[in-house]
Design a protein around this ligand. Structure first.
Ligand code: ATP
Ligand code: MG
Length: 337
């Protein structure tokens, strides 16, 4: 094992050398680049891991940044034990998600006491979902199937279920985020989601994760929650107006064309396209597009005008599934829910 200095700390590399071989043969030995900065031993509990690995990121979250933590390793190596934990009461044993929430609530308490206004009170919004192949399953929304898509902004979006509402409104919810105002509330919400997590028996143990699980902890307040709901509602309202504008355009242009004797399309001399109808439908659609833009702007304003830079700060924890399950064709939840 070798080590090297880096600007942000001391990092170690792994080297494999064959003992008792000549120098030329030793060329086949291998050294990794600087890859890790700490090894824990069997006496280190989850709180120790939290203190050494995660706690130093708290100032970044409190200034609105996002920090990601991935647990990767063979089945039974302790990924779920570390990220989620199997004991949710003992502060020494709780997983990184609960330790991070507990620590963050401690920081938010002080800021909340300065706020005074209920809408400005800071909370931790929890999202938790499993990912398997191209689908995600929302653990805080009855494990409904959601879809992972690349958006026009080039970013990855996880889209929840599509609901058809009255008046032709079509609502597409993102992964559900539950705002938790106390640590106890957070722990209960977390437990509710975990009860839906798919587990099974691996060659090593019987609580093997069958999907990758993602836990997002975001600092939010009531205004952010409301503003995000408003965007979803206004997007739902836009759908029927957008559809109507498209339908009117197609219908008018269809009436305005006829087929000639050769099967080609020519202008219909007996029909004048009702441009006024098309323009009216287009104007209505534009009006509803503007309502979506205004709602999006409202959300941006909340973030920009908030006196606390921590708003939107996010921890993301990922508990990967052991590959022996991930490669299987089908998956079922042993919880039966
Ligand atoms: N550091 C640890 N201290 C005590 N027990 C541990 C530790 N790490 C893992 N275990 C125990 O080993 C078993 C397997 O751990 P865990 O479920 O975390 O594995 P995993 O890496 O998530 O496996 P899989 O990929 O199959 O989901 C559990 O019973 C867990 O409590
Ligand atoms: Mg696991």
């Amino acid at each position: 094992m070798g080590n090297c200095n880096s600007q942000i700390g001391q990092y170690y590399s792994v080297a494999i050398k064959q003992p008792g071989v000549s120098k030329s043969q030793r060329m086949q030995s291998w050294s990794s680049t600087a890859s890790f900065d700490k090894i824990f031993n069997h006496l280190d509990n989850n709180l120790q891991v939290y203190k050494d690995v995660v706690a130093e990121s708290i100032p970044k979250i409190m200034s609105g940044d996002t920090c990601n933590f991935f647990a990767y390793g063979h089945t039974g190596s302790g990924k779920t034990h570390t990220i989620v934990g199997y004991n949710h009461e003992d502060p020494q044993q709780i997983g990184l998600v609960l330790s991070a929430a507990r620590d963050l609530f401690g920081r938010l308490k002080e800021l909340n006491s300065q706020n005074g206004l209920p809408a400005a009170t800071l909370a931790i919004g929890l999202r938790m979902y499993e990912v398997r192949k191209k689908s995600a399953y929302d653990l805080l929304n009855a494990r409904v199937e959601c879809f992972v898509r690349e958006g026009p902004d080039g970013k990855t979006h996880v889209r929840g279920e599509t609901e058809i509402l009255e008046g032709g409104r079509v609502r597409v919810r993102p992964i559900v985020m539950i705002p938790c105002w106390t640590f106890d509330e957070f722990r209960k919400t977390f437990q509710t989601g975990l009860n839906l997590r798919a587990t099974g028996t691996s060659t090593v143990h019987d609580k093997s994760s069958r999907t990758h699980a993602i836990f997002e902890l975001e600092i939010v307040n009531q205004s952010v929650v409301k503003a995000r709901d408003a965007i979803i509602e206004r997007q739902a309202e836009l759908v029927p107006h957008g559809k109507y504008a498209t339908d009117v355009y197609i219908e008018e242009h269809k009436k305005g064309l006829i087929q000639d004797s050769n099967g080609g399309y020519i202008l219909n001399p007996n029909y004048t396209i009702n441009q006024n109808l098309i323009d009216l439908a287009e104007a209505k659609k534009r009006e509803y597009e503007k309502r979506v833009e205004d709602a999006e702007q409202d959300l941006k304003t909340i973030f920009h005008s908030c006196s606390h830079s921590c708003l939107g700060g996010k921890f993301i924890f990922v508990d990967l599934a052991g590959s022996e399950y991930y490669n299987q064709e089908s998956v079922s939840s042993s919880t039966g829910k």
